[in-house]
Ligand binder design. Structure first.
Ligand code: ADP
Ligand code: MG
Length: 352
């Protein structure tokens, strides 16, 4: 039986660190949204259980002790869901350790993970390849904001390198110049990083799950983000409130439509865009890509999530597990597919 180390970033540990260290995430009201990207006990449990059907599983916190633990364990495979605790390269910490120790691991490598966590860098690369992505500007803390004087409104303001809608709220959509400048300052101050200002794409929104590897990616049925399910008067932004506050297991919002009801033509356009983007960025084993249509109905890439969210309960409305279900994979099968793809890559590399 092969051994697998499941490496995660637990919400429990993240909250302990948050209380005891300098808080890069504190909001005006003292609340924090850092926990949003970390793994809940339910997720760690569900992934461990899925892997446990075929592998001998050891659970490893992806913290500063992970290097020594993995060095001792030397598992056949590291199943990596660790988002990391700190820094703009935090999603790369475990892949770098694995690379250094020569261990096989699931998912994309450190370079791909760090690039995709930086949404502007991702857009620059996609722009080089003539991909459609919303126009944007990056404003570092303390930098001049003159570039924003002519920036078309409405705009969406977000932190440069976050995920799970950390720093993206209903108020991130700004319609006036004073609002724009205030939001840029607020993001810089609260998240201690540059603000990314993007042209607002007002159309339908989709999230597309992918399994496997180039050139034979398996694209799962697209999921539509149903903006109409948001509370009355809310902006059409799938942000922090929409993901974590307005939608909860006690009262789930019908926020995901899966599979999305779209024409075969749009489905093909989206599929082609997604596969090309993944190939260019070197994405491996799994990913979820967010896209949105402009006012003319043309799809644009918003961001890539090479370490996608995988909340296990269907009522959690997690897009990748929902897309997998629509394709006929149970949650356990989804997790095992990812492990299988990674082990296949390992065999291929060894035979080179
Ligand atoms: N340029 C944009 N135009 C329109 N909506 C956007 C834009 N950027 C982000 N959004 C909205 O904000 C949500 C979160 O943005 P995203 O970049 O995907 O960040 P996260 O990493 O938090 O998921 C998207 O799902 C979408 O609803
Ligand atoms: Mg997103």
């Amino acid at each position: 039986m092969k051994s697998v180390a499941l490496v995660f970033t637990s919400r429990k540990k993240a909250l302990t660190l948050l209380r005891s260290s300098v808080d890069r995430f504190e909001d005006d009201d003292g609340s924090s949204d850092l926990w949003a990207e970390c793994d809940s006990e339910d997720t760690i449990e569900a992934v461990g259980e899925a892997l446990g059907r075929y592998y001998r599983v050891t659970r490893v916190e992806g913290d500063e002790h992970a290097y020594q633990r993995l060095r001792k364990l030397r598992p056949d495979l590291v199943f990596n869901i660790a988002e990391g605790f700190r820094g703009p390269n935090r999603e790369s910490h475990i892949p770098i350790i694995c690379e250094m120790l020569g261990l096989a691991y699931t998912g994309s490598d450190a370079l791909t993970l760090s690039i995709c966590l930086n949404k502007a860098r991702t857009k620059e690369i996609l722009g080089y390849h003539q991909f459609p992505t919303a126009r944007f500007r990056v404003i570092a803390p303390g930098a001049a904001t003159a570039a924003l004087n002519s920036f078309a409104l409405p705009a969406l303001v977000k932190p440069l390198h976050e995920g799970s809608s950390i720093g993206i709220r209903n108020g991130s959509l700004v319609r006036t110049r004073p609002e724009l400048l205030a939001r840029v300052r607020a993001v810089q101050r609260r998240y201690h990083q540059p603000a990314l200002v993007e042209e607002f794409l007002p159309g339908r929104e989709f999230s597309v799950g992918v399994l496997g590897n180039a050139p034979a990616y398996e694209v799962l049925p697209p999921v539509e983000i149903n903006h109409r399910a948001l509370p009355k008067g809310a902006n059409h932004v799938y942000g922090f409130e929409a993901k974590w506050l307005w939608d909860n297991p006690a009262k789930p919002l019908p926020i995901l439509i899966c599979p999305a009801r779209i024409s075969a033509r749009l489905a093909k356009r989206i599929r082609d865009l997604v596969c090309r983007a993944l190939e260019i960025l070197g994405v491996r084993d799994w990913c979820r890509v967010d896209l949105r249509l402009d006012a003319s109905g043309n799809p644009h890439l918003l961001e890539l999530n090479p370490l996608p969210g995988i909340l296990p309960a269907p009522s959690d409305n997690s897009a990748l597990p929902a897309a997998a279900r629509a394709a006929g994979y149970s949650y356990q099968e989804l997790i095992l597919e990812v492990a299988k793809h990674a082990l296949r890559r390992k065999t291929r590399t060894q035979s080179l």
